[in-house]
Design a protein around this ligand. Structure first.
Ligand SMILES: [Zn+2]
Length: 266
């Protein structure tokens, strides 16, 4: 009888121990989770507060696109006829194809300015990691890729800015250039399309958060929307990485080529 009672007690103790252990695990898990969520919330608040309007708008767009799951979907929506051309650009004669064949005596030039004519109106800061460029031709100014590459993004932020991103692979280093506020897109743009420095992407504009017609161009050494590139696999990642690189002294296009304050030829 006594032995049986002890055995029963042991069974109870064993069950109680397992129960207490389980409860402890649950408490530790939830505490970590709450701490993580609080940290994330604070981080998001700081991020939003520090961001310039375009970036806040684009951050919201990221959140939206996370909801719909991919930029590709936005592109599909765009392709299915929701694309709006806010301004009709005055047709301009596009420049003839340039000879880019390198010879031994002339070093290969890979980077170009994004417009035929331009004036810098704003330089990179921590919260606005980009150059803003205006042109006397306004929304008739075609916007070109700064180097040969592949279209990696065609999308519109929540404020309505038309955006294209081009990813470049230059001597094994990946870069992404982002062209914001376009008044219209060039025809037949699609994600994955190879483009050269002579294939215009669209026309300068003031779609989205912009006080006038200009091009907002950001250049980063990462591969946007690439899940393998944790630096900029998302739009908010792209902005965060831009800030990180800014504090490290990287200035986007200016760090890659010599950008004059204004020009009339690429
Ligand atoms: Zn800008």
């Amino acid at each position: 009888m006594k032995v049986q009672k002890i055995l029963e007690n042991k069974e109870v103790i064993k069950k109680a121990s397992i129960f207490i252990l389980l409860i402890s695990f649950i408490i530790v898990y939830y505490q970590n989770n709450i701490a993580h969520q609080t940290y994330q919330l604070q981080y998001e608040l700081i991020n939003t507060k520090d961001m310039a309007p375009v970036e806040v708008a684009e951050k919201k767009e990221t959140e939206n696109s996370n909801k719909t799951n991919s930029v590709f979907q936005i592109y599909k929506q765009m392709k299915s006829g929701t694309s709006v051309q806010k301004e009709s650009p005055i047709p301009v004669s596009l420049p003839a194809k340039k000879n880019t064949v390198a010879t031994l005596s002339t070093p290969k030039r890979v980077w170009y300015l994004p417009t035929e004519m331009g004036t810098i109106t704003s330089y990179p800061t921590a919260s606005h990691f980009a150059l803003d460029i205006t042109s006397p031709r306004g929304s008739s100014e075609p916007v070109y890729p700064i180097a040969n590459g592949t279209i990696s993004g065609i999308y519109r932020d929540s404020a309505g800015a038309n955006i294209v991103t081009v990813t470049h692979n230059i001597d094994g280093q990946v870069y992404t250039s982002q062209y914001v506020h376009l008044s219209s897109y060039a025809p037949d743009l699609y994600i994955g399309k190879p483009v050269t420095i002579n294939d215009y992407l669209g026309f300068m504009g003031q779609t989205g958060v912009a006080t006038g017609v200009h091009l907002h161009i950001a250049v980063l050494d990462c591969s946007i929307f690439d899940v393998n590139d944790t630096n900029c696999s998302t739009l908010s990642g792209f902005f965060r990485y831009g800030r990180t690189r800014y504090y490290q002294g990287f200035m986007g296009l200016q760090s890659i080529i010599n950008v004059p304050t204004s020009w009339t030829s690429r």
